[in-house]
Design a protein around this ligand. Sequence first.
Ligand code: MN
Length: 309
Amino acid sequence: MAEKGVPAGLRGLEWELPHVFLGLDERGSEFAAAAAVILPVPYEATVSYGGGTGAGPAAIVDASRYLELYDQELDCEPAEVGIATLPALALSGAGGEHALADLRRAYDAVLDASPGKFVIALGGEHSLSSAPILAWADRLAQAGRRQTVLQFDAHTDLRPEYEGSRYSHASVMYQVQERVNIVAVGIRALTSAEMTLVRASNHLHVFLADDIHAGDEWQEQVMQVLGDDVYLSFDVDAFAPALVPATGTPEPGGLQWYQVLKLLRRVFRERTVHAADVVELAPIPGMHAPDFLVAKLVYKLIGYRFRNG
Ligand SMILES: [Mn+2]
């Protein structure tokens, strides 16, 4: 199938699947017709413990090429909506502030080129999320609306700064919390100052993993505080480290696969999810399961967005 750029006389040979999301052929991945756009952002600058998130986007795209296109839960092939994969974005190496300014410009350009398309940014470290979140906050504000960020994460990321930087992955939600509502799910590592901030705020909502594991009521409670206009920011360390050990700061506890899917399906049905990012995969060489899980999560988001009958 991978015949892009292959001369006609060589098209009968067996070529590897193209290095685009799901290994789709030229027609299935054509930008103009695609309903979904994958934007790889291999940005890694302020990782505090285990590194390697810069290799995340390529690992997700590679793993995605081996997914089944058929989704038995949705009883269809969501890939039929068309999924374009942009090349990986190169950002300034001159520090977090410059890199995030680059990303903001690039992200706005991608949105302008993608009216109506569902853009999923693949990280990279979590600090990159502030650029798309603020891009959407600005667009929604023009329509008099306020965005809710649905954050899956082990950490609240509400530190005013971390290791001397306001642009750290540990500060990403602090950077945006005055502009948006935040509903954070799966949290199990935070500072007392972050907890104090959450308790004093009426636009920050935290669902601790401790409480999620104690019963099912939490999903209803999430829906109660979730606004109509949602941006999904998914740090893969929200998952149990048994499922995704391939991340910078794996925290014990964490969410299970079907638990996550159940909430996501409901959110996509009952709210407008404008865009998403999936961040903090730090691939472990030779260990494919986490890369494959994250690739499947990304495909699930597309299915839930367009084929969630
Ligand atoms: Mn995290």
